[in-house]
Design a protein. Structure first.
Length: 172
């Protein structure tokens, strides 16, 4: 009987703590997320992408130089609307999303493997602004984008923050 009472009290306490935490959760996309939310979301995203990308991925092109050039062209038409022309400073549209469009030169993005980046571009990220290109772009074009993203210099800012984009890189 004591054990049953102990379980009931523990469950009630967990429910109260969970309810208090949930009441503090802000669903609005206006404020930046807190550190805890960011860490948990980032770790979960990396885990899920790593797991999902284990499936077979189409082989990459052997001509990396041509692939990078084509990726640069594709990036300008497919990706710059959110990530900015440089891939480093999101446009207004990218900054207004939640989660915000990533700085593709950030350590967070660059730590993904090539297969993981391919998977992200092909499948998108649910509940974010990252669309899936797998039905509109060929595997070769997706590899071109991955190779281009790899040419972006890594952001030296350890927090992964980006400077606001200048007016010439704000997109349409």
């Amino acid at each position: 009987m004591k054990r049953l009472l102990w379980i009931a009290v523990t469950l009630l306490a967990l429910a109260l703590v969970g309810g208090a935490m949930a009441s503090q959760f802000n669903l609005s996309a206006l404020p930046e997320p807190g550190r805890t939310e960011s860490v948990i979301a980032t770790k979960a995203k990396h885990f899920l992408v790593r797991r999902a990308s284990r499936a077979s991925v189409a082989p990459a092109s052997a001509d990396t130089r041509a692939s990078i050039e084509e990726g640069d062209n594709l990036f300008g038409t497919e990706c710059s609307e959110c990530h900015g022309n440089t891939g480093r400073n999101p446009t207004d549209a990218g900054r207004w999303m939640y989660p915000r469009a990533a700085d593709l030169g950030s350590a967070d993005v660059q730590q993904y493997s090539d297969h993981e980046l391919f998977w992200i571009v092909e499948n998108g990220i649910r509940l974010s602004g990252m669309p899936a290109f797998g039905r509109v772009e060929s595997d070769e074009h997706i590899w071109d984008l991955v190779h281009f993203v790899r040419t972006l210099p890594v952001n030296p800012n350890p927090k992964g923050e980006t400077a606001h984009e200048d007016k010439t890189d704000s997109g349409p």
